[in-house]
Every structure is written in structure tokens, then in C-alpha cells.
Design a protein around this ligand. Structure first.
Ligand code: KG4
Ligand code: ZN
Length: 352
């Protein structure tokens, strides 16, 4: 049976809002008919001048964008608020001000339309997003969650049953991409820019460390890599050649993806699972996908990725996660209409 739609439960239509960081995402997901419509506004251009996300600007932009996006998404889905069963929003983790915008708007819409409200864990949204893309995918699996703020390996036994196998002890993989990119003089967000530059580079031109590659556990550490890149950048002097920058970008990407692929395979071995699911923004990285495809093929494991658009933050993952949780009886949408956010929220606290 397809895992992405639950045909046993009563049909459910969810409006989902994502505003945890620098993307305003909205979607309508219907358990019987799938994704009906979605819309996204990225704030990347606005934050670029500052070299990173400015929280106050992010909140203000969400305020301006969210309601028009909701109206457009409902129109695209061919429905009104009255046709929605549950209104879901990203409750955390994320930027407090940005989360408040989504929570406030979701509560207002829910109150206006007399519909229940549900807060969703942002990382669970990422974690389940590959199920949206691939209807043949089902639990259990190992998840490699690689976003701007998190790097985790999880044993996902079932919906809501997430056991942490390993995580970063310092920087996240996304941060390693972003910080290396910054050191190389690239713009924000650094990950995709570094990946683009790396395409013209020779990864063997520089030797960079693979922190914790042989640590024997499933934890990661990327802070040392950033320092190593800094040392190489300084050694290149004031005006490094375009080729040297591309080579260093390729070497950094190779070091990061090397460790991610090796630990993902180790997690499959340790857990006995045969499917790897990749989620989060760094999951869009082409070299990472090549490495994981090869590593999983070598051990006869299956690897699944979300569609590229659903690697980074988006509305469909929030609507979908809410729908799955409600249908499974793991979450009870509420009618108290509180501005309830959790900027810091451990995935392990989700429980059943
Ligand atoms: O999941 P996400 O959109 O936001 C968080 O929840 O953090 O992930 C954003 C991260 C950023 O660090 C960004 O540079 C990285 O994902 N990223 C990439 C690529 N696309 C996004 N890193 C490497 N290669 C990419 N193609
Ligand atoms: Zn995210």
C-alpha cells in the first residue's frame, strides 16, 4: 500500500504554513487526492546583502507575504477555508519572530473559519518529505537529516517513532557549506553557490580533514573543516586564481559529502535497515546524491530523496506531516487558538 496516503482513515484536507526561517511556504494537502496546491516565497534576495538571515527582516517579510500566499494557494487548490479540515503551521524549531507570524496567521484563519489548529515540528516535516515524493516509500528507514541548522542520523521505525543515532557535535553540514562558501567569497546562501563553483574544481588539489570519519560512532563534527578551509584560503593570498577557488570548493564539498556518506552507511549497518532517506537543504546537493547512490548501491540498500524543491523549506512538508499525524491519531488539533511556538524543540520530545 502507498504510504504517502492513508486510505483507511477518513479523508483529511490540511492547509499548511511554513515560516520558520527565510521561506514563506503554503500548501493544501488532501489525504485522498494528494498535494492540491502550494506556493513559496523565498527571502534569499532580501537577505543576500547581509550575508545571512536577518531575523527581524524575515519576520516582517513573512507578515507581508503569508496571507496573499494563502489566498493564492487556496484559489489554486480550487477551495476556500471552509473546505479545509485542519490548519497546520510550523511550531518550531526556528526563529521566534518568524514562527510567531505563521502561528498567529494560522490561529487567526482557524478562528475565522472555525477549524482546528495544529503545530508541526519543522524537522518532522523535512523527515517525512521524501514520502511525499515517492509513494512506494514506507517505514522503517534510516533518515539523514541535513539542513542549515541540523545534521542528524535517525532510525525511523514508524511515524512518530524516531530514535537519534548520531548528530553533529558542533556545526551542521549546511553550516559547513555556508561558512566555507563565505571564506571563498561566495554569496548567501553558500551551499548552492559552493556546489556550483565546485563543479569546475579538482577536489584532489587540496587535502582537507574528514572530521570524525573513523570515530566509530555516528556523530559528526564540521567545525574543524571550516578552520582548515580558512587556513587554505589564507595561504592562497590576496587574489587567488579562479581555479584555486574552484579546487578548494570541490575539496570542501568532497570532505563534507565523504563523511555524510560514510556515516549514513554505518547507520544502515548499525540499525539493520535497508532504506536510507535523505532530507533537508543539503539533500539537494548533487555530489552528496552521487556519493549516497554509490555507497548504498555497494551495500544493496535503497536511497530516497525528496524532490529538489522539497529539500529546502516548503509548505507541502508541513501540511503533509500534519495530515499523517492526525490520521494516525498521533496528534489532536486544538481549538484554543493560542500563539503557541517552540523556537527550540528537540525532535526526540515529539513522542507518539
Ligand atoms: O533545510 P533548509 O532549507 O533550512 C533549514 O531548515 O536549515 O537548509 C538550508 C541549508 C543551507 O545551509 C544551504 O546552504 C544548504 O541547505 N543547501 C545546500 C544546497 N542547497 C541548500 N548545500 C549544499 N548544496 C546544495 N545544493
Ligand atoms: Zn528546514
Amino acid at each position: 500500500m502507498s504510504s504517502s496516503r492513508n486510505s483507511d482513515a477518513a479523508p483529511l484536507r490540511v492547509l499548511g504554513l511554513e515560516t520558520s526561517c527565510d521561506e514563506t511556504g503554503v500548501a493544501v494537502y488532501d489525504s485522498a487526492r494528494g498535494l492540491l496546491a502550494d506556493a513559496l516565497h523565498s527571502q534569499v534576495a532580501m537577505h543576500r546583502d547581509y550575508g545571512g538571515v536577518v531575523p527581524e527582516l524575515a519576520s516582517r517579510d513573512h507578515i507581508a507575504r503569508a496571507l496573499p500566499l494563502v489566498q493564492r494557494t487556496l484559489a489554486d487548490a480550487g477551495c476556500t477555508l471552509r473546505d479545509i479540515d485542519v490548519i497546520a503551521y510550523t511550531q518550531g524549531p526556528g526563529l521566534a519572530g518568524a514562527l510567531l507570524v505563521g502561528a498567529g496567521l494560522a490561529a487567526a484563519l482557524a478562528l475565522a473559519a472555525d477549524r482546528p489548529l495544529l503545530g508541526v515540528h519543522h524537522l518532522e516535516g523535512h523527515l517525512l518529505s521524501p514520502l511525499l515524493s515517492d509513494p512506494t516509500l514506507d517505514f522503517p528507514f534510516v533518515a539523514l537529516l541535513v539542513s542549515g541548522g541540523h545534521t542528524m542520523l535517525l532510525d525511523v521505525a514508524a511515524l512518530g517513532d524516531y530514535r537519534l543515532l548520531g548528530e553533529t557535535v558542533d556545526d551542521a553540514a549546511g553550516e559547513a557549506f555556508d561558512k566555507s562558501a563565505k571564506l571563498l567569497g561566495l554569496g548567501y546562501p553558500g551551499g548552492p553557490e559552493l556546489a556550483r563553483l565546485a563543479e569546475r574544481g579538482d577536489a584532489t588539489a587540496f587535502t582537507l580533514p574528514r572530521p570524525k570519519l573513523h570515530s566509530g560512532d555516528l556523530d559528526f563534527s564540521f567545525a574543524g573543516l571550516k578552520t582548515a578551509v580558512l587556513t587554505r584560503v589564507r595561504a592562497l593570498g590576496e587574489a587567488p586564481s579562479e581555479q584555486a577557488r574552484a579546487d578548494l570548493a570541490a575539496a570542501a564539498q568532497e570532505a563534507i559529502t565523504d563523511v555524510l556518506a560514510a556515516k549514513a552507511v554505518a547507520a544502515l549497518r548499525a540499525s539493520g535497515r535497508t532504506t536510507l532517506v535523505v532530507a533537508g537543504g543539503v539533500g539537494a546537493n548533487r555530489r552528496l546524491r552521487e556519493r549516497l547512490d554509490a555507497a548504498c548501491a555497494a551495500i544493496g540498500a535503497r536511497v530516497c530523496y525528496p524532490a529538489l524543491a522539497w529539500c529546502t523549506d516548503n509548505g507541502p512538508m508541513i501540511a503533509y506531516a500534519a495530515c499523517r499525524r492526525v490520521q494516525a491519531g498521533l496528534a489532536q488539533p486544538r481549538r484554543d487558538y493560542a500563539f503557541d511556538i517552540r523556537p527550540r524543540w528537540d525532535l526526540a520530545e515529539l513522542g507518539g
